[in-house]
Design a protein around this ligand. Structure first.
Ligand SMILES: NC(=O)C1=CN([C@@H]2O[C@H](COP(=O)(O)OP(=O)(O)OC[C@H]3O[C@@H](n4cnc5c(N)ncnc54)[C@H](OP(=O)(O)O)[C@@H]3O)[C@@H](O)[C@H]2O)C=CC1
Ligand SMILES: Nc1nc2c(ncn2[C@@H]2O[C@H](COP(=O)(O)O)[C@@H](O)[C@H]2O)c(=O)[nH]1
Ligand SMILES: [K+]
Length: 479
């Protein structure tokens, strides 16, 4: 990446401060761009979901890995639960989505509480042999007695496909039948998964992030406190594909010791560590054993660190400086936090990040772990909170004494409760991934890049005023 007309700015920059200029391109189509990363994580799109309890759970993990990204399970989750989550993700189908399954006698009240867990807004009713006997769509439950049972409201399975059916054939079958959901079964007729038309289309556009055995990939985080080696060992035994050693201030002795403990295990997976914002911090973590350095202090939507401490660095400059230092040592960086638009992802990649970590934006989706709530105007939202918020600290320290908990509770650097509204036209994380990958593919062709490495190499970035940023915003309601 270079700055436009080689004018290197004298101050640090955020994503909003910068823009990319188009360059002569020989990349004829946005579909010719390969979004795979080269950082050893095996991802085929440069998106990592942040290790935040309100965001990264098993449903998020399977959905994002199926589209080629990676989800980091937070450090606060008990090891036995992480083990279950990894086992769940590793057994997911690469094309079919995991449906909500109902017994025929489950009530409509239960159905309505479960359906919002899926952006396809449906559930499959199975018999005691696990064979599908019907499908319930949300519309089937309108003005129905809450104690009615699933078998009374379900509709017949309109499109039944073999689990190995080509996505395109499933798409055509759905189109012919004007049906919403194809139900996939194994050779014994037992339910394996479901597919919508959009799901079939996505199966042809994305490549899942899979391990050597063809199972979906997943990452998990450890903090820097306690027996880091033992915790990392447990995560490796559970089968995680990437270890993230995570703390607010990554450039500290305790992090270096934690990385040494992890390295002593000779982990067969990439090790990520952070967070830092400058070349010194990056070099310290790479020298202590990190393959990938996580960059960003303060840009996160739930983060109050900059307001509390004055510490941090505008994220575009932080990524640029850390990526340069990491590349010199043969390592990589993830740009962590502060992403609000697809353009921010493109700019972080242009600055040299191999992947971009997103948290809060994905909190407002069907796949985040929280319950779907509605505000007074009926707008759906989920509650999100920061990992250094009083709420997260209280849960992380629940086994400690009341005194220690109260003491730690004094140091909060995150928001404990925020509403993340679902975008009406993009309520699922896959809708957001579509939007982001479309934006990044397009950015690559504007830069004349067929890969992410070429984007970093070819990008020409200029610095703009607030008016410049403002001009780029769409004006759907005129002015
Ligand atoms: N990217 C960002 O800007 C930030 C991210 N976070 C996220 O919040 C989560 C919790 O992280 P964290 O608060 O580090 O908690 P951790 O549980 O990881 O503990 C951090 C350890 O580092 C010590 N420490 C020393 N200086 C600091 C400091 N300035 N801030 C925080 N800890 C410090 C703490 O000791 P003691 O408590 O005794 O001081 C504690 O032992 C992580 O997921 C982290 O990524 C949090 C803040 C900023
Ligand atoms: N200072 C804090 N930073 C936090 C907290 N919780 C998470 N984070 C950081 O934010 C990113 C995600 O950024 P987003 O803009 O996509 O939400 C995450 O990976 C952490 O580095 C917090 O409580 N305080
Ligand atoms: K912030």
């Amino acid at each position: 990446m270079r700055f436009l007309d080689d004018r290197v700015p004298s101050h640090d920059l955020t994503y909003d401060d910068v823009f990319m200029v188009p360059r002569r391109s020989s990349v004829g189509s946005r579909y010719d761009v390969d979004l795979a990363t080269d950082d050893g994580t095996g991802t085929t799109i440069p998106i990592v979901v942040a290790n935040m309890t309100a965001i990264a759970g098993k449903r998020m993990a399977e959905t994002v890995a199926r589209r080629g990204g990676l989800v980091v399970i937070p450090q606060d989750i008990p090891a036995s639960v992480v083990s279950d989550v990894v086992a769940f993700v590793k057994t997911r189908h690469l094309v079919l989505d995991t449906p909500i399954q109902l017994r025929p006698d489950q009530t409509v009240a239960e159905v309505l509480s479960l359906i919002p867990k899926r952006s396809h807004r449906a559930a499959v009713v199975v018999d005691d042999q696990h064979r599908p006997v019907g499908v319930v769509l949300e519309d089937d439950c309108v003005e129905v007695d809450r104690f009615a049972q699933a078998h009374q409201v379900m509709r017949p399975v309109e499109v039944l496909v073999d689990e190995d059916t080509e996505p395109r054939k499933a798409f055509d079958a759905l189109d012919d039948a004007r049906a919403t959901l194809a139900v996939g079964v194994d050779r014994d007729g037992r339910l394996v998964g479901v597919l919508t038309r959009t799901g079939a289309l996505r199966a042809t556009l994305y490549r899942p992030a899979v391990d050597d055995t063809g199972s979906l990939r997943i990452a998990a985080a450890v903090g820097v406190n306690g027996d880091v080696g033992a915790k990392a060992r447990a995560l490796l035994d559970a089968g995680v594909d990437c270890l993230v050693v995570d703390t607010a201030h990554g450039h500290q002795d305790r992090m270096v010791e934690a990385l040494q403990a992890v390295r002593a295990l000779d982990p067969p997976v990439p090790v990520v560590a952070g967070n830092v914002v400058d070349a010194d911090g990056t070099r310290a973590l790479v020298e202590a054993g990190a393959d990938i350095v996580k960059v960003g202090v303060g840009p996160g939507a739930m983060c109050t660190t900059r307001m509390m401490t004055g510490v941090g660095r505008p994220q575009f400059s932080a990524v640029l400086a850390c990526a340069e230092a990491a590349h010199d040592l043969g390592a990589h960086v993830w740009a962590d936090g502060g992403v609000r638009h697809p353009r921010d992802v493109a700019l972080a990649l242009a600055a040299g990040a191999s992947s971009v970590m997103i948290g809060s934006w994905f909190a407002g989706t069907h796949e985040s772990p929280g319950d779907l709530l509605e505000d007074a105007h009926g707008r759906p939202f989920k509650v999100s909170f920061g990992m250094a918020s009083a709420r997260a600290v209280a849960s992380r320290t629940s086994s400690e004494s009341a005194f220690d908990r109260a003491r730690k509770g004094l140091y909060e650097e995150g928001i404990s409760s925020s509403r993340m509204y679902l975008e009406p036209t993009r309520p699922g994380v896959e809708d957001l991934l579509d939007q982001i990958s479309a934006g990044v593919r397009s950015a690559c062709t504007y830069a004349g890049a067929a890969t992410l490495a070429e984007l970093h190499e070819r990008a020409v970035v200029g610095v703009q005023s607030a008016a410049g940023f403002h001009e780029g915003r769409p004006l759907p309601a005129g002015w």
